[in-house]
Design a protein around this ligand. Structure first.
Ligand code: KG4
Ligand code: ZN
Length: 351
């Protein structure tokens, strides 16, 4: 089954050809970072317009790289939420038009579900260093995921611990009460004058810094908060620390490392506590922040200590991409779930 998948929920225009759910024949991602950089964040109207400009060439490139034509496509999948509504509309309209013209099934996919399915695309080797670097095992180890597992979904808009019981069966155990983890990375980077998007920049700087240089307080670790998170306090703590003339530590590397350490440890310890409480033996990562090397390394280490199995998507499938949407769509189609032409782009779609 060859699926043409389209993803335009935020500022990446992506199209992929996915064979039988897990074999990626192509996965083209055009990022708009260049256009949003000067504003220090994504401008929704600019994002929507840029999607319109590149959507057709990106889809054509995905077909070309997979060495197929529209005639070979068996189904068309598309992200229909959550995300920026103007951006979502572009992908959904393109997918509807193609599905209609080809008389093939249309499958609307929840972006968050797509991120979870990135774990199906390939699994990491058991070597912690390889995991941190994002190396994949060979093809034979693909899609060996067994349910149930817990997924820590950390992106620019979401931070959740999800109990994945089966295909399409989710229970959200905890979520952020304010900022998402990725948002905190982006805001801290902005305050330090480091540029946008902040996550990858902080990740890189943190490697050169001392994580114990500044003792930022871990947020919401008290039992009453359960598996919920809060990242606006830590963000403000960093902002205040940087602004105070008397602050001892001034190296950006040390501040980045200290901030990242608190975020990573908070995320991982809650995930592990949830796995123990629920007696679930496998934990996984998803979403843009799962590209963070500190998070990948610390989760791998802690899971090993706790005897848990870890699934970590390769780097390229952590941030927004259409391959993960094509993967999720395969399992929907297998379950007989398709969408009709009324499929509506939904900015605040729930899991
Ligand atoms: O999943 P994603 O690509 O888009 C959303 O659905 O939001 O996630 C984007 C977020 C941004 O906040 C970005 O700064 C963060 O993921 N991110 C990272 C890293 N790479 C991307 N955060 C920390 N470390 C990284 N290496
Ligand atoms: Zn995303």
């Amino acid at each position: 089954m060859l699926c043409l998948a389209v993803e335009t929920s935020c500022d990446e225009t992506s199209a992929a050809i996915v064979k039988d759910g897990t074999e990626i024949l192509s996965n083209i991602v055009a990022t708009q970072t260049e256009f949003h950089k000067k504003y220090g964040g994504i401008v929704p109207e600019v994002a929507a317009r840029k999607h319109i400009e590149v959507i057709n060439p990106i889809i054509q490139e995905a077909l070309d790289e997979a060495k197929i034509t529209f005639k070979d496509v068996d189904a068309v999948a598309v992200t229909y939420g959550p995300g920026l509504v103007g951006s979502l509309i572009v992908g959904v309209c393109a997918a509807k038009a193609i599905a209609w013209a080809l008389r093939k099934p249309l499958i609307g996919i929840n972006h968050l579900e797509g991120h979870i399915y990135a774990n199906m695309l390939a699994q990491m080797t058991n070597d912690p260093l390889d995991r941190a670097r994002g190396q994949m095992t060979n093809k034979s180890q693909k899609s060996k995921i067994k349910f149930p597992f817990l997924c820590l979904l950390v992106s620019g808009g979401h931070t959740m611990i999800i109990h994945v019981k089966d295909h399409g069966a989710y229970e959200v155990l905890g979520r952020t009460r304010d900022d998402a983890a990725g948002e905190a990375f982006d805001k801290v980077a902005r305050v330090l004058g480091l540029g946008y998007p902040g996550g990858p920049i902080i990740d890189k700087l943190a490697k050169e810094g001392n994580p114990d240089a500044v003792k930022f307080k871990k947020p919401m670790v008290e039992e009453e908060y359960g598996y919920d998170f809060s990242f606006s306090g830590i963000k403000t703590a960093v902002v205040n620390y940087v602004a105070r003339p008397a602050s001892r530590v001034t190296r950006h590397e040390d501040i980045a490392a200290s901030f990242q350490k608190v975020v990573v440890e908070t995320l991982v310890e809650k995930l592990i506590a949830a796995a123990k409480d629920k007696n679930i033996k496998t934990v996984s990562l998803a979403g843009g922040v799962s590209a963070n090397s500190g998070l990948r390394g610390y989760l791998t280490k802690r899971a090993k200590e706790e005897g848990l199995e870890v699934l970590i998507p390769p780097f390229e499938y952590c941030t927004d991409n259409a391959a993960m949407i094509g993967c999720a769509a395969y399992y929907k189609l297998k379950a007989g779930i398709t969408s009709d032409y009324k499929l509506k782009p939904t900015a605040s779609l729930k899991l």
